[in-house]
Ligand binder design. Sequence first.
Ligand code: ADP
Ligand code: MG
Length: 397
Amino acid sequence: MTRLALQPGATLGVLGGGQLARMWSHAAQSMGYRTAVLDPDVHSPAGLISHVHVPTAYLDPQGLARLASECQAVTTEFENVPAQALAQLQAHLPVSPSPAAVQVAQDRALEKAHFVRCGVPVAPHHVLAHADDLPTVPNHLLPGILKTTRLGYDGKGQVRVNTRTELAAALAQLQNGHADVVCILEKRLPLAGECSVVLARGQDGDCVYLPVQLNQHRDGILAITEVFEDALPAATAQHAIDAATHIARELDYVGVLCVEFFMLQDGPDKDALGPLVVNEIAPRPHNSGHHSIDSCDLSQFALQVRCMAGLPLTQPRLHSPCVMLNVLGDVWWLGGRNDQAPDWAAMLALPGVHLHMYGKTDARPGRKMGHITITASSITQARTVGAQVAAMLGWAA
Ligand code: ADP
Ligand code: MG
């Protein structure tokens, strides 16, 4: 049933107070909504800038009750929030995405089963719940990547394995004495590249999406996203969008969803583009969609606000080709000590540079501290400035 739109002035809530919730909060507040955040960290990036911050654990019944009483609708900024927390909130107010959809996204085995049900290609895989299951692994899955089915992110919770001996060791390592940790072995695929689609699906089933994003990872963490017209052959881009909308529809999804794809190599030429294989989904805005704040007339965060408030969705338009670079905590450690703040002024002297910092004070290696989007009139120009910014961030060429 379609409900009435929540008007500006209403309070929108989010579970989790990291950078995704912070940028969502910025978007909501710019439209006149109040925002409320539940996150145990008193210094959480979104808690710092929201009207209400409930600093309790995600399963604290009183914290959840307070969030429910403050808000008219709730969303989540990460998939590892316990489904119970969302279910408790849903008893009192609209929750999007639904606990059922989040449950699928937080478990790689359920996620893969959903993709298979949708008929979209996935990496060959095998679920491993116990060392006794090792002999059931087919040979063709090696070399592979063993991943925990739950709680993995930014390449954490996964180990590359070449042999059965390495696989057995990796399972023991990831289970680390916890027999209830279920893992999934995926065949390692020859990648020509990676891309993603961020879409938003409203309560009425209408779906809009950002243009397909090309993503480059370093050490399992997204490093660079590029977005521009004709970044992919039209048929490939359409295939990604069709697969993403199909996955969302079959989840009865409401909210912003990111679908990540592997672009396979086509034969021996490492750069030749072959078919797409879906990798994983995130039931929320995604790092690869951050560019949309500066490059599109509607950002992924504004879309998330519209979805949860029951407002109309319109197709976002990319107005500027762009390059997005993640700013990781490593930059502060370039001299071996945690005191090397990057030269922001030098970066901002370049044309089309948009700096986004998340308000985190503790710069640890691998921690996402902020991002920089470079917009330009052509992707060539955006890449030229991007290379200058990357050099200032200490990235090796
Ligand atoms: P995370 O939840 O940490 O993002 P992913 O499953 O997306 O985990 O894996 C992180 C990265 O590792 C991917 O973006 C890709 O670069 C690489 N990767 C993961 N699985 C495979 C695979 N089956 N074949 C080849 N590369 C992979
Ligand atoms: Mg990923």
